[in-house]
Design a protein around this ligand. Structure first.
Ligand SMILES: [Fe+2]
Length: 269
């Protein structure tokens, strides 16, 4: 049976009483955790793929820690452009100091997770892999003998949303080239955009997942990166496979729709 991995990105925890376009990020995150525990209790791991908090404040990380205390999955926390290293380390001293990058092995697959946060970025929100992090990724890819899945907060390729494409992983093409050249990587998955998008670069799939909280409106082209829409929140369910891994997306809090069987038709769809 394929190993199942849960992916939640762009949680954007705020302080109590502070909403994002009328949504409570902690409540939306809690709904996703509860939903995952109920429907995917067999998942081996949960990755939180950055933008853990909205302002990188200690009080916000403390709320995140409370949310995670009672959920059942082993969790790995990544950082995004809204995070701040010092505040994160203050609340999560059990996490190793330094870049929040690493590797977890599941069955036949190795999952590498990247730290794309650049706190010195002039635009404040783009990401970058510095030479140290590039070298780490290069050595990991060279050392791996098995299929690899890579998790990143920032997107490496064009998303089609101009506002977001102004704040990508700035050396994303170089990184995507390195990944493709390794011949090891099945799929890159990122957050940051708050929308489901699938693209590819030299045969490697790049997939992007929604946020548990607020989403990017489906308006291609010009637009600010701060545009948001209160569509249902969600999370990714990744089924690992040495030949054909697949990524599902779960929308939480959809309107109630009872499952029906079309008895008139042999095939439902
Ligand atoms: Fe975000």
């Amino acid at each position: 049976m394929a190993e199942k991995i849960l992916l939640m990105s762009d949680i954007h925890i705020t302080e109590p009483g502070t909403q994002i376009i009328g949504l409570d990020p902690a409540a939306r995150f809690w709904r996703c955790l509860t939903h995952a525990a109920e429907h995917h209790a067999d998942a081996a791991h949960l990755f939180l793929m950055g933008d853990l908090t909205h302002h990188g404040q200690v009080a916000q990380y403390k709320i995140l820690k409370q949310c995670l205390a009672d959920q059942p999955f082993p969790a790995t926390l990544m950082l995004g452009n809204h995070d701040r290293r010092r505040a994160f380390a203050e609340v999560f001293p059990e996490c190793e100091p330094g870049f929040r990058q690493g590797r977890h092995s599941f069955g036949d697959t190795d999952v590498l997770y990247l730290d794309t946060l650049d706190e010195q970025a002039e635009d404040r929100h783009s990401g970058r892999l510095c030479p140290d992090r590039l070298n780490w990724l290069k050595s990991e890819l060279e050392a791996r003998q098995r299929p690899v899945i890579i998790l990143s907060h920032h997107h490496m390729l064009r998303s089609g949303f101009d506002g977001m494409d102004a704040i990508p992983l700035r050396n994303g093409t170089e990184v995507a080239e390195m990944i493709a050249g390794s011949g090891r990587c099945q799929m890159v998955i990122n957050g940051h955009i708050h929308r489901i998008i699938v693209s590819s670069y030299r045969g490697v799939t790049h997939a992007m997942i929604k946020s548990p909280c607020h989403q990017m409106p489906m308006v291609l082209g010009a637009g600010a990166s701060s545009l948001s829409v209160a569509e249902p929140g969600g999370y990714g369910v990744l089924l690992l496979d040495p030949v054909a891994p697949l990524l599902h997306h779960v929308d939480v809090d959809l309107p109630e729709c009872p499952v029906a069987c079309d008895t008139e038709s042999e095939s439902r769809i």
